[in-house]
Design a protein around this ligand. Structure first.
Ligand SMILES: C[S@@+](CC[C@H](N)C(=O)[O-])C[C@H]1O[C@@H](n2cnc3c(N)ncnc32)[C@H](O)[C@@H]1O
Length: 283
């Protein structure tokens, strides 16, 4: 399994062993709709003729694509990292990024900020604090492994940065969806508040996105493409509206084992992570 160099919040890396056997490999194109740190697309490159990599954060896609093309982004990012013991340099980097965003600026911020956890405010300005860290030897090792692997599949990779609902669905696609935590189901079945999550990219998840995502998944199914959606069905006694609705529509689901309690803010909150799929054949 190849680990990507991003320490991305919500990464599926630890769940890959359970997810990979479940994808429909009869399709020729794999689509990672919510790519994030990219642990999923990276590990299916040998299984599909083409792989589409998408995320709403354009500079994040710029990092993935930049690493495919050459080592330029690595040297640019290293030169931007303020290093340890340099909070003032971090502040300057962040101000510069917010005024003039670039993939290398975002990557330098991700590497330098608290818990490597990128966070944006409602105006989509990066606002995470300094983490007294930078481009480490461990990062370099992960970068080397990652680039060596993805560059073997250079001609098969396609990069997009668009809202999920703009993706052009074709029947020969295996579409994987790992969206931010969705809204909960109210007692009367209506759509409620956002599930609690600390992930910074939640600011990109807008009010109607759960409904749009539900409709997008139904469209995938009606076109004859395959989908797998991952998510948290129950968290802290609350049910996810969108996943619950897909199950009520008759799509099959499977529980995925992962102990989120270890990272939960208040601890001891029971969480059920699942995948929902619309296909029978897998190989
Ligand atoms: C749970 S993370 C994906 C994690 C990823 N599977 C991994 O292993 O690293 C969800 C991603 O969805 C992206 N996102 C949020 N809103 C989006 C939208 N409307 N369209 C596409 N991507 C979106 C976020 O930027 C974030 O990277």
């Amino acid at each position: 399994m190849i680990e990507t160099p991003f320490n991305y919040t919500g990464s599926k890396f630890k769940l890959l062993e359970q997810l990979l056997p479940e994808f429909d490999k009869t399709k020729s194109t794999f689509v990672d709709v919510f790519t994030g740190g990219g642990s999923v697309y990276t590990n299916v490159l040998d299984k599909y003729k083409s792989v589409i990599v998408n995320d709403i954060i354009t500079d994040l896609i710029g990092i993935h694509k930049g690493l495919l093309d050459s080592d330029n982004i690595i040297s640019k990012t290293k030169s931007l990292c303020p290093g340890k013991g340099n909070p003032v340099g971090f502040g300057t980097l962040r101000d510069n990024y917010n005024g003039n965003p670039s993939p290398e600026g975002l990557w330098a911020l991700m590497l330098s900020c608290t818990n490597n956890m990128m966070r944006f405010n409602q105006k989509f300005k990066f606002n995470q604090t300094y983490g007294d860290r930078g481009f480490s030897d461990a990062t370099q090792r992960k970068v080397n492994n990652f680039t060596e692997h993805i560059r073997k599949f250079k001609d098969n990779l396609i990069y997009l940065s668009t809202q999920f609902e703009n993706i052009d669905i074709q029947s020969d696609m295996m579409i994987y969806l790992d969206p931010p935590y969705g809204r909960i189901k109210n007692d009367d079945g209506t759509i409620g508040k956002k599930q609690i999550s600390e992930a910074g990219y939640n600011s990109f998840w807008l009010k109607d996105d759960d409904v749009k995502l539900y409709e997008f998944i139904k469209k995938i199914d009606s076109i004859g493409a395959s989908f797998m959606v991952s998510g948290v069905l129950y968290h802290d006694g609350k049910t996810c509206w969108m996943l619950d609705k897909l199950i009520a529509d008759g799509f099959k689901y499977k529980e995925i084992k992962y102990d989120y309690n270890k990272v939960s803010r208040k601890g001891n909150k029971e969480t059920t992570e699942i995948i929902i799929t619309n296909y029978v054949e897998k190989n």
